[in-house]
Each structure stands twice: as structure tokens, then as C-alpha cells.
Design a protein around this ligand. Structure first.
Ligand SMILES: Nc1ncnc2c1ncn2[C@@H]1O[C@H](COP(=O)(O)OP(=O)(O)OP(=O)(O)O)[C@@H](O)[C@H]1O
Length: 468
């Protein structure tokens, strides 16, 4: 029987979502969409010191901005919810009981200081740190005595020796050994559940069948498989993707304040630039054009994900942003550039103006020089000054007459200049552009001329005629 493909993203709202998190969320979304499945969002907000409702809200905003809407999760609750772990306290008690009754979990009274001393000794002997099993076989009397000392117990899962193997969607067959893992904590002494436990149980209860997550979780997987098997709950198929690293080679992390999705949004990146960049990072795609999310999904192949670390490359991101800006509907561009403008753009021509300058925009701030060229005072760039100075003087007379005669009909004005001066090609266009816009390269002059208006254009041509 084919299980439905239900993927999930399960972040902790303990900091701003960074690009590594976003890539993991995106891949889960793509995997679900590619298979006609469902994408679930679960907030792992049990870290009471670091999780806040504001960070959770910001995380939802970031996902929505990226277009990664969830089929079930916070604000989209269904019968498998609630989807915030902080609201699921009552869900887990029965599962702990079941494990204890089966003898698969036991209370452990070791203090963190005692455990640290054991780990130190193990390291000194060159052994990997592992729980030594001190509370594994306590009698009822032992437990009563330790509780009498005021010790609070954690609950440990009993790991037997033997092989634990699974097929990873990205990394192929993975094999671990019980004796390397040791008994691990599934409930802390303050009663809160450990990551291994809630993460595994919640996936099962929420019907999650595929999990793509960072390879930082690879060694958690055998533990989670043991828990699920013991509880008789279905295990998802896991895929551990490479971590995204920064220039220093260290994985992006909320803890070190890595480049956040919110920062990119504020800096003027488009969501489709971020998704197109991330979808191709360590994941080969045939299609080199900017794709909508559904088209990215159609090309997604979890088996084609690279295992080597994925380095953040701002140039690649900028490339995709340029693509996104150039493909964007002009209605989206005005709100994007407006905050960066100092020069006022008349309301009735905003759409036309932004469409005219669109091919020359990469960032919102790039728009200001073209707003000035059309509606404000232009300061000529150094190469524009040189271009104007080197032009055939006949050009200015020809241009003045042409504008007086044809107004803002650029094609007609151009024809008239060609006729009257005999100039063409670079000798005509470059100085003309330099005089009109103050730059030697830029948007097509045809659509710009009606926007700047004939009076402004004439004034600039006359200024050029008079020596710039
Ligand atoms: N640098 C990274 N590259 C790719 N995926 C990552 C990276 N860091 C975290 N993830 C993945 O993002 C998902 C959400 O993880 P989580 O919310 O714990 O983020 P985190 O950045 O690891 O947080 P923290 O820094 O607090 O540990 C997990 O699947 C995790 O594996």
C-alpha cells in the first residue's frame, strides 16, 4: 500500500528563521507538492526560555512570504492538532506509561553533575560519552531511597544492543548500533518531554510519512525509530539534507544570528528569488529559468540532493533576485521601490515609469536615479560628461529642433535627428542618452521621454548644447 506523502517542517521559534531553515522548509514543501501530498507545520516551542509567541508569529510570516503555505498547522488546525507542542502537554502521558509498563523506560536519578563526572572519566579513557546504566536496574527500594533524598527523576529509554538500520532518502542505507547509543532521556526531570520523544510521537500522530531535515538530526533518527517501534507507531521515512554553511564554514544557526529571511525581505529580495536560489543549492535542476514554486516542485528529486555542505553564496542569490525583478508584474514593483525613493513620482505615471525602468533595477535603491532622470534634477555621471563633451555639436541642434517638432514621440524625433544630422548608431544614441538621463546606459529612451516630458528633455538638450 502506498502511504500518502505527508511532509512537515518543525522549527523551534527560538530565533529568526535563517536560510538553512528556509531551505529545509522549502524541500519539504516541494516534496509534498511533487507527490500531490500534504505539508504540515508544527511549532516545537517547548524551550520555555528561548521560544516566544512573537518569534512564532514571525516564523509563520516568513513561511507565508516565501509562499510555503501549510495544509495543516497553526492557524490551519485539524483533528491531528494542536500543532504547537506547548499545547500538547496532555498528549504524551499515555505513551510514557506504555513504555514504563513494558519495561522500556525507567526513572533515572543521576544528577547532571554526576553524569558530567562520568562523561569526563569516559573521555579521559578515550571512550565516547555514554550513559553508564547506573539506574537501569534499580529496585523499588533503591528508587524510594533516591526519591527520599529529594532527587527528581528523568525518564530514560532502554536501548538494547543490536543493529538499527534505515534507508535515508538522501544518504542511502544508514546503520547504527544500540551499544553506541546508550539509554537516553525521553522526559526531563521537570516533566518536559525531550526532543527525541515529542518529535517522533508527534510525527506519527500527525500522519507525517516523509521527513526531510538537516543532517544535524541524523544521529537522532535511530533513537526515534526505537521509540516509535516500541510504541507501535508508524515511522516516517527520513532524509537528512546537507546543512547550509556561511563563509566561515560553520552551519547557519539561529544561535549565531545567521542571515535571516526577514533581513532578506527588508533588503528588497523577492520571495521567488529566495526559493529559486535555495531549490538549486546542492540540488541539480535541468531548468535554468526562474520557476514558480509548483514548477520547482515538478522538478524536485530528493535522491538528487547533494551530501556535501551547501555554502551560502550571495552572488547566486543576487542573480535570482535580478531574474525575479525582471519577471515581476509591474504592480508588484511600485510598492517595492517606493520606500527607497527620494524623488516624487507622479501617481498617474507610476506604473508606466516603473515598467520603463524595470530592466535596470536590481535593488529598490537603483530606482532613485531613474526617478531623478524623469522627474527631478540630474547630475551627469563622469562618463556622461565625457560623452556629451565628445558629441558632434550638430546633434544638439538637431535634437532641439526634433523635440520642438515631435514632442515626446521618440521614434519620430529620432528619425528627424538622423535626417538633419546624418548621425546614427553610437554617435547618436550615447550622447543623446547622456544628455537626457545623465547616464551612458539605462532604460530605453522611448518610454522614458513621455514620462520626463518635452520641457525637461529640451532643457537638458539645451544644457548639453551649452557645454553640459
Ligand atoms: N544550517 C542549516 N542548514 C539546513 N537546515 C538547517 C540548518 N540549521 C537548521 N536546519 C534545519 O531546520 C529545521 C528547523 O530547525 P531548528 O528550528 O531547530 O533550527 P536551528 O537553526 O537548528 O536552531 P538552533 O540554532 O536554535 O538550534 C531542522 O530540520 C534543522 O535540521
Amino acid at each position: 500500500m502506498n502511504t500518502p506523502v505527508i511532509t512537515r517542517f518543525a522549527p523551534s521559534p527560538t530565533g529568526a528563521m535563517h536560510l538553512g531553515n528556509a531551505r529545509t522548509a522549502l524541500f519539504n514543501w516541494l516534496l509534498a507538492r511533487a507527490a500531490g501530498g500534504r505539508f504540515v507545520l508544527r511549532l516545537e516551542d517547548t524551550d520555555q526560555e528561548r521560544s516566544t509567541p512573537e518569534l512564532a508569529e514571525a516564523l509563520l510570516d516568513d513561511l507565508r512570504w516565501l509562499g510555503l503555505e501549510w495544509d495543516a498547522g497553526p492557524r490551519a488546525e485539524d483533528e491531528h492538532g494542536p500543532y504547537a507542542q506547548s499545547e500538547r502537554g496532555g498528549v504524551y502521558a499515555g505513551y510514557y506509561e506504555k513504555l514504563e509498563e513494558a519495561g522500556k523506560a525507567y526513572p533515572c536519578y543521576c544528577t547532571s553533575e554526576e553524569l558530567e563526572a562520568v562523561r569526563r572519566a569516559q573521555r579521559a579513557r578515550g571512550e565516547p560519552p555514554r550513559y553508564p546504566g547506573r539506574c537501569r536496574n534499580l529496585t523499588a527500594e533503591d528508587r524510594a531511597r533516591l526519591e527520599g533524598e529529594g532527587r527528581k527523576a528523568t525518564l530514560r529509554f532502554r536501548v538494547e544492543s543490536g543493529e538499527i538500520a534505515f534507508d535515508d532518502l538522501v544518504r542511502g542505507r544508514q546503520t547504527f548500533h544500540g551499544e553506541e547509543i546508550g539509554d537516553f532521556i525521553i522526559r526531563r526531570s521537570d516533566g518536559t518531554p525531550s526532543f527525541f520523544f515529542v518529535n517522533a510521537v508527534d510525527d506519527a500522530l500527525m500522519g507525517v510519512s516523509r521527513v526531510l531535515r538537516g543532517e544535524d538530526h541524523l544521529t537522532n533518527t535511530p533513537r526515534q525509530l526505537l521509540i516509535l517501534e516500541e510504541l507501535g507507531l508508524p515511522a516516517p521515512t527520513y532524509g537528512h539534507i546537507n546543512l547550509m554553511v556561511g563563509d566561515d564554514g560553520a552551519p547557519l544557526s539561529k544561535r549565531n544570528g545567521s542571515r535571516s529571511v526577514a533581513e532578506l525581505r527588508e533588503a528588497g529580495y523577492f520571495p521567488e528569488a529566495v526559493s529559486n536560489y535555495l531549490a538549486r543549492l546542492g540540488h541539480h535542476m535541468e531548468e535554468g529559468d526562474l520557476l514558480a514554486l509548483d514548477d520547482l516542485a515538478a522538478q524536485f528529486n530528493a535522491g538528487g540532493l547533494s551530501r556535501s555542505p551547501a555554502k551560502f553564496d550571495v552572488e547566486q542569490l543576487d542573480h535570482w533576485n535580478k531574474e525575479a525583478v525582471h519577471h515581476a508584474e509591474p504592480e508588484r514593483l511600485w510598492p517595492w521601490v517606493a520606500p527607497a525613493l527620494e524623488t516624487a513620482v507622479p501617481e498617474e505615471v507610476r506604473q508606466a515609469w516603473v515598467a520603463a525602468v524595470q530592466p535596470n533595477l536590481e535593488r529598490p535603491a537603483d530606482a532613485e536615479q531613474w526617478a531623478r532622470a524623469c522627474f527631478g534634477a540630474v547630475e551627469n555621471s563622469a562618463d556622461a560628461v565625457a560623452e556629451i563633451a565628445g558629441a558632434d555639436p550638430a546633434l544638439w541642434q538637431g535634437a532641439e529642433t526634433a523635440l520642438e517638432e515631435h514632442g515626446t514621440d521618440f521614434a519620430a524625433a529620432l528619425e528627424s535627428i538622423k535626417q538633419s544630422t546624418g548621425l546614427k548608431g553610437k554617435k547618436l544614441f550615447k550622447p543623446l542618452r547622456a544628455a537626457l538621463t545623465g547616464r551612458t546606459a539605462g532604460p530605453e529612451l522611448g518610454p522614458l521621454l513621455p514620462l520626463m516630458g518635452v520641457e525637461r528633455a529640451l532643457a537638458r538638450i539645451r544644457a548639453a548644447k551649452n557645454g553640459g
